[in-house]
Ligand binder design. Sequence first.
Ligand code: ZN
Length: 334
Amino acid sequence: MMRFKSKIFRIFNPVTQIFSFEKLSGLLPFDDFILVYHLVSDEDVKHVKHLFPYRSVKQFEKDLDFLSNHFEFVNWEDYLSQKKTSKPSILLTFDDGYSEFYDVISPIFLRKGIFAINYINPKFIDNKEMMWRNKASLLVSKINESDKLKEKMFRWTKDELKHNFSSILNISFDNRNQLDDIADYLDIDYDQYLKTNPVYITLEQLKKLKNDGFGIASHGWDHPFYNQLSVENQLENTQKALDYMAENQFYNDSFAFPFTDHLVTNHFFDSIFLRNPALKFTFGAAGIKKDSYSRNIQRVPMEIGNYPAQKLLKNEIIYYQFLKLLHKNIINRS
Ligand SMILES: [Zn+2]
């Protein structure tokens, strides 16, 4: 999906370059937007770098400067109360609970007085385990860095992976055990990596972030692909994470889907809202789009093709208008 979008954006590029953001902002279809990032870092983040392009601190501050010129940042209460703002409003969200939110991002936000919500997977908090996608990125990083590991992979896989170790990145959620098999074979120890190199936020840090005014909310228990789960398992995974939020007095009034809400049915939404009277909204990440389920809101993913916020939002606006012409600007659920 992200790869598809980065291709589309590349095609739109000549068009987006002609127009200023000021011109295009008149075509924004809503008054409020939710943006989603994962992390910001100046480091070489091996467990992430093959998954999506993340911003450096300098790039991220540039995004914030642009956004604060054209939008008004709001907090969760403002969002819920639909606070009237002079400019369109933006709520910032960060997914996956990476430790960089605590170390790198929260100091910037505290300095600038900007609010954000962290959508986290309770299973990975305190670095008890590594999320399977992070394992895939780490493996590819380690293999790329070492001729010895490359040779070992050649010997093991014969021709299969010979020309493209990055096919490790295509291993599916169902086959995620293969990521452990490869690590065993290459003597790569995920637990050791987590110990020397904390990937995720700890519970103690989450509590500090909460005290500093940030929101902590649910991104599902262990980051599954929802459309690969039965509705029963979707509900169980979501409920377990919502219960964790309630137990720790974090937010249990919103939930952000891991990966995508693509193909998630009305039945799931009706059930999860019925079981959780406190739950107000669920969030996808399909960009500027409407959703036939009115309490499921689409956020704008900001880590596509390394575009800065200005260019990315211009692309999103043009893409939305294009979809609207085709009557495809609404996600219809069955
Ligand atoms: Zn995620």
